[in-house]
Design a protein around this ligand. Structure first.
Ligand SMILES: *Cc1c(COP(=O)(O)O)cnc(C)c1O
Length: 504
């Protein structure tokens, strides 16, 4: 590899930490200290200058622009991560969310002055309830995991109302579940009991039956599951759990695979969160806050948290306190009413697609995943017999390992090829898992480019494992000691000595 004098790689600039490049001699402040004015801080003034980096404006701007160019983003290229969905945030959504009437609201404004916003929330709720076939929706949860908490607290409240709060403590969770499911159940005071998967990647019904009993509070199940497979026995599972007196929590993170085609309410679901950032195109992670509205069945609807909306004739109002509610809310999920900006974006997406368009979302997400599966399964092992998948393709590294190449090496080699890696080592039920979710928004040409790269890498692995073991070769950082980073994280930059002395 060519080493450069500057440390830059072509137009990709080397970048030190802002504190390492800055100097206090270069701050933007040029006013002299005022003369003849008493210090009014009463001895509380700083003894040493704050550890600010000290950069001019152009230096600060360049620092952040360079950092932004080191970032991979959905606006830059294909993002094959699985169990993550949205790879596209339509610009129309952003335009709508910036309309003053939505963007400049304050949550403490009198409700008469925000009727338009409440109407938008009512309309979003109507779409979510129509699509899911459920009775009520709590809009306020701020992420998928927060929605799980909301649903499980509703289940706990329903059990308590039946006088079974103390006796029904066990929650069944399939072993392929996302980590947030058992974590949520445990956080709500339940005991997590794992259900086995069958050879073909589904919930093992026989194992489930042996786990039922009078102490079962419910089940937390993802459908399509994290192996990208539809749980075909879901109605039977719902009947079994209801027959045993428990409730059915469905993790709706993969809802984009079935939206408009299947109504979870018809499957016997009692509670399900919907990640607006996974199904309804709102920005995810660094791009914006999550939103996890949670739909509830008639059995759980009375326990929906405050605040929630009620229509009083022409007026929409918010029920803020449990004692003013018709049902018996289990409590409150957050200070205000949730992520208004995300409601605007999600409804914009729904309205711009319409009901037929949303159904096509599901169809295209499944078609795209199966297209990739068909192209890749001759080159990688597809666990569970390579059966047709839903919206994500699950592969593993078992055909690479005999050549000395593992999942992590393939992921690192993909960085050199200009791709963010797929989800690796998840779900845990598959050794060396590679989980790819193309989603509905990628073109065939893009999928072909990605498949071509993966196939070429699979071929190269057969003869050149050294290339993979030392990858990435072209990334700004090479292989990092990820174990040490996880075990001994440095969470805080400590001021360099020179900066301290300069300030004294
Ligand atoms: C993403 C995801 C979650 C959690 O959602 P967040 O919005 O990240 O909190 C839960 N379950 C599954 C299956 C997921 O993919």
């Amino acid at each position: 590899m060519t080493e450069t004098v500057s440390g830059n790689r072509g137009l990709l600039q080397a970048e030190a930490l802002i504190f390492e490049t800055g100097s206090l001699a270069r701050t933007g402040v040029d006013m002299p200290a005022p003369k003849g004015r008493a210090n009014r801080l009463g001895g509380l003034g700083r003894k040493v200058a704050p550890a600010l980096p000290g950069l001019s404006e152009p230096e600060a701007v360049r620092h952040y622009v360079r950092l932004s160019q080191k970032n991979y983003a959905i606006d830059l290229g294909f993002f094959p991560l699985g169990s993550c969905t949205m790879k596209h945030n339509p610009r129309l959504n952003e335009k709508m969310a910036r309309l003053e009437g939505f963007a400049d609201l304050h949550p403490l404004q009198p409700t008469q002055t925000v009727q338009g916003a409440l109407l938008l929330m009512e309309e979003l709720a109507r779409w979510l309830l129509t699509l899911t076939g459920m009775e009520a929706v709590a809009l306020s949860p701020k992420a998928g995991a927060h929605g799980e908490l909301c649903g499980m607290l509703a289940i706990r409240a329903a059990l308590q109302a039946r006088g079974e709060g103390e006796t029904r403590k066990r929650v069944l969770v399939p072993e392929s579940a996302h980590g947030t499911n058992p974590a949520t159940a445990a956080a709500c005071g339940f005991i997590v009991d794992e259900i086995k998967a069958t050879e073909d990647g589904h919930v093992d019904l026989e194992d489930l039956k042996t786990k039922l009993g009078p102490d079962v509070a419910g089940i937390m199940l993802t459908n399509p599951n994290t192996c990208g497979l539809f749980e075909r026995d879901i109605r039977t599972i719902a009947d079994l759990i209801h027959g045993a007196g428990g409730y059915f929590y469905c993790d709706g993170a993969n809802y984009n695979a079935i939206v408009g085609r299947v109504r979870p309410g018809d499957l016997g679901v009692d509670a399900m969160h919907i990640n607006l950032h996974k199904t309804f195109s709102t920005p995810h992670g660094g791009g914006g806050p999550g939103a996890g509205p949670t739909v509830l069945s008639p059995a759980l609807a009375p326990y929906a948290p405050v605040p929630h909306m009620v229509r009083r004739g022409e007026e929409l109002a918010l029920v803020e306190h449990a004692e003013d509610a018709e049902g018996t809310p289990f409590g409150r999920m957050c200070a205000f009413h949730g992520q208004m900006g995300m409601y605007v974006r999600a409804l914009t997406y729904m309205l711009s697609h319409g009901s037929d368009g949303l159904r096509q979302v599901a169809e295209d997400s499944v078609l795209n995943a199966n297209y990739l599966l068909a192209r890749l399964k001759g080159h990688f092992n597809a666990p569970f017999g390579g059966q047709p998948c839903m919206h994500e393709v699950l592969l593993d590294d078992s055909t690479l390992r005999p050549h000395g190449v593992e999942t992590i090496d393939l992921a690192k080699a993909l960085l050199d090829e200009g791709y963010h890696p797929m989800t690796t080592y998840f779900p845990l039920v598959v050794h060396g898992a590679l989980l790819i979710e193309p989603t509905e928004t990628e073109s065939k040409a893009e999928l072909d480019r990605f498949a071509d790269v993966l196939i070429a890498l699979a071929e190269r692995a057969k003869t050149d494992s050294a290339h993979f073991k030392s990858a990435p070769h072209l990334a700004p950082m090479r292989r990092l000691d990820e174990t040490r980073a996880a075990r001994q994280p440095k969470l805080r930059w400590k001021p360099v000595e020179a900066l301290k002395t300069a300030a004294e």
